[in-house]
Design a protein around this ligand. Sequence first.
Ligand code: FDA
Length: 367
Amino acid sequence: MKHYDYILVGGGLFNGVIAREARKQGKTCLVVEKREALGGNIMCRDVEGIMVHEYGAHIFHTSNEEVWEYVTSLVEFNHYINSPVANYHGETYNLPFNMNTFSKMWGIAFPSEAKKIIESQRQAVEGEPENLEEQAISLVGTDIYQKLIKGYTEKQWGRDCRDLPASIIKRIPVRYIYDNNYFNDPHQGIPKKGYNELISKLYEGCDVMLSTDFLEKREELSRLGDQVIYTGTIDSYYGYRFGKLSYRSLKFEHQVLEEENHQGVAVMNYTDRETPYTRKIEHKHFAFGTQKNTVVTEEYPVEWDDGMEPYYPVNDEKNNQLFQKYRDLADQEEKVLFGGRLGEYKYYDMDKVIESALCFAKDRLNL
Ligand code: FDA
């Protein structure tokens, strides 16, 4: 049986960068992925020529020149700029909160007018905000809170805003300029041929074992390599011996529609409480598609349970303490190293995952 320098558990972006750095040094890698395809959460599925973001909308954005250089040396990016729209009972507003939003909401034209309205509405909270509702009103006033924050946040967390801690929202970015670009980073876009091309380039030259759960064959698979880089959930690696870490999960409902253009924008946030989903994604707009049909995805936040995809770690005190116990065990391992969003129990944007994997390759693997 072939012996490898690295057994890469999980075929997502983190291990993709490790694979590329390893291959550049002539090292051999075996990738073990439990899903049917590589890519982790950035994997796309081609439906009628439209790249569908199977595990949620993924928009690449970064301020890190090294990361931008890294990805653009592998694939070409388009000039997509994320400018989501909020839909509140059929009324639409531009996001993030900016002069276009305020002008539509209050029929005003100038920043001084918007500032005055927001300031007068913020007064509704006296003293220290005691919950998320009070915190949001103290930051942006009642109208924006009621129409654009309340329903969306309650669906996201499955709880009333008055029962959520104020600490969830530290600040709410408000722009007193006419600018719908969601991100502040200088670089933004989507790979022209979709994320799968990026993944293929990153894993070029590796042997791949799909539909294989490493944990079910860990002894046998570990023996095949000198070092294991594990990017699955850290608590599952240790058989949940201290208990399970919590996540928020999502349910996606994809639909092909026989119309060319359904909502006129890639991302529409449904901010009322009554619409059961939080967002609707129309994938072709990520790539300026002109196909005859369109594909839309409704996104429903759900409580995570066994067998569901763990999307967002719940980094509260209890879970962070639990994670630390697993981290202490992981620190004693020699052959197995943990990385990526699941191994580190941390939400990472794609650019940050690449940054972290590049550091990991250099500092921990001497690549
Ligand atoms: P990732 O989860 O992608 O890969 C881990 C892989 O390990 C998975 O393929 C999994 O199947 C596999 N695995 C786990 N256990 C295993 C086992 N026991 N055996 C074998 N395989 C195993 N970022 C951004 O910059 N812009 C954006 O717009 C978004 N949007 C976004 C939306 C949603 C809904 C989420 C949840 C996340 C984002 N992100 C994002 C973040 C982005 O998805 C993230 O940075 C990367 O996918 C993380 O890559 P990893 O390799 O760390 O994990």
